[in-house]
Design a protein around this ligand. Structure first.
Ligand code: ADP
Length: 476
């Protein structure tokens, strides 16, 4: 097995197609036991394509992929039909009864391929990689192919080929049917390889999934937008004591214990507390005011005590008390026995905190005036930061943050969107970006296989959020 590069080197830049290569249309028919990575066609058609059994062909459906060509059975001949292994068919994004275009592939030996595990589960081990390599040997692959491989003792896992050396074009999903999707034709040069063959010597690498994935997403200061000055103050107040307690000791000043963040809902209070904890490597505790009163009825005070104890044990810590007004309303007004006891407990815990800045409490409220003034006395929540509804520049920053990982079409004008969204807080702007992405997603929904439970990479590649999507999201 060596390189089997075929075809001429003539580079026809215009069509990116080798003019000498015969192309033929085939209708996709059902096939049984076609063989891994294979496609069956009439041997006469094979000859017309300039192929022999075992050669590699390119199959262009809604996506292009490669397959090993094998002769079809006698009864299936003479019909210009093609039978594909289910994985091949999936990768060609073609359905039964549809037409695909076929030509002989320009193939090269794969020196290296990089795979991205799609289904979750345990990280890929070296032994898995060896198994996957053995499975792939003899198969032609292209960038963007999806492969299902059963590793021993585990359910089949799905992988996406995200890189090959030499590189094949990144074949993405095209829309022939609706014309709605942007056609992202990767211009292949005349002598470029279209597919690579995995050989025993091919190095197979797994790309770790993005580290910031799901719940463990690392949040940092770069995730907070539109709060230049406020953020600076927050960092001074909280980061310094959490990170460098000795500084306060030396200066003989009392580090802040409690900081009150107030402002309308969705302005980033929770986000800030979380980021401060993450960035200072502090343990993060969250107490929800209404919840501790209602859900832990009768146990509210002991709950509070245990959080404070735990925070001291795991210092440095940040205790975030959301909707602190529920927990510590003006005593005079509420007059309730329960609230009175709880405020008393909270104050006692804060007063008793001997942490020298290693435990900070961040309270959040939409209505600072509803708070029991006792909790704002020195040594308690004695610092305050107001978070306002972001201005135009702030909105622009926040939009940038929430769209930075998204594939935005060239026409998306974030500045314009910031102009169109006065009164939007961070949470609204985040929702806007999410909604625009959903609208873009709905355009490609016909291509999403719900059975598989995830969105194929090639669909994502074609998923571009346009200005019209944002405008539609604004209208909703
Ligand atoms: P609050 O606690 O003030 O009600 P959150 O922090 O819960 O608001 O905000 C909800 C979400 O809105 C955040 O997780 C974040 O995605 C987004 N968000 C809010 N404010 C900002 C901001 N200033 N910058 C970036 N994103 C923000």
């Amino acid at each position: 097995a060596g390189d089997t590069a075929t075809g001429s080197n003539g580079s026809s830049s215009e069509t990116a197609k080798n003019p000498d290569t015969e192309r033929m249309q085939f209708v996709v028919v059902e096939g049984f036991q076609v063989g891994r990575g294979a496609a069956r066609i009439d041997p006469a058609d094979m000859a017309r394509l300039g192929c022999q059994a075992g050669d590699i062909i390119m199959i262009e459906g809604a996506r292009t992929t490669a397959a090993k060509v094998v002769p079809s059975a006698n009864i299936d001949r003479g019909q210009r039909s093609i039978q594909m292994d289910s994985q091949v068919r999936q990768n060609s994004a073609s359905g039964l009864g549809e037409h695909v275009s076929v030509h002989k592939a320009r193939v090269s030996t794969a020196e290296k391929i990089t795979i991205l595990p799609l289904s979750g589960g345990a990280p890929i081990q070296e032994s898995d990689l060896q198994y996957i390599t053995r499975y792939l040997v003899g198969l032609p692959v292209t960038i963007g192919d999806l492969l299902r491989v059963g590793t021993p003792g585990t359910a089949p896992r799905e992988f996406l080929i995200i890189g090959t050396n030499p590189a094949t074009p990144a074949y993405t999903l095209q829309s022939r049917k609706t014309g709605e999707l942007p056609i992202v034709e990767t211009p292949a040069q005349g002598n470029d390889v279209e597919a690579v063959m995995v050989q025993p010597g091919t190095i197979v690498r797994a790309q770790a999934r993005g580290a910031n994935n799901g719940a463990s997403h690392h949040v940092g200061y770069e995730d907070i937008g539109g709060l230049g000055k406020e953020l600076q103050r927050i960092r001074e107040m909280l980061e310094l004591p959490l990170k460098y307690p000795a500084v306060f000791d030396r200066l003989g000043v009392e580090p802040p214990k409690g900081v009150l963040l107030y402002g309308p809902p969705g302005t980033g209070k929770t986000l800030i507390a979380r980021v401060v904890a993450t960035e200072t490597k502090a343990t993060f505790f969250i107490i929800n005011g209404p919840e501790i009163i209602n859900k832990f009825y009768g146990e509210s005070e002991s709950r509070l005590r245990s959080v404070f104890q735990e925070a001291q044990r795991k210092a440095p810590s940040v205790i975030f008390i959301d909707e602190i007004d529920a927990l510590a309303p003006k005593r005079a007004e509420s007059g309730g026995e329960v609230e009175r006891r709880i405020v008393g407990q909270l104050l006692a815990l804060m007063d008793g905190l001997e942490s020298r800045g290693q435990v900070v409490i961040i309270g959040a409220t939409n209505q600072p005036n509803a708070l029991d003034p006792a909790i704002r006395r020195p040594g308690r929540f004695d610092r305050e930061i107001a978070l306002r509804v972001p201005d135009m520049r702030g909105r622009m920053e926040i939009l940038q943050i929430h769209s930075r990982d998204a594939a935005l079409a060239n026409d998306v004008d974030l500045q314009r969107l910031a102009q169109l969204t006065p009164g939007f807080v961070g949470a609204d702007l985040e929702a806007l970006c999410r909604e625009a992405a959903m609208i873009a997603l709905r355009r490609v929904l016909p291509y999403i296989d719900y059975q598989r439970g995830y969105i194929p990479y090639e669909t994502l590649v074609n998923l571009n959020i346009s200005m019209a999507d944002f405008q539609a999201a604004l209208r909703e």
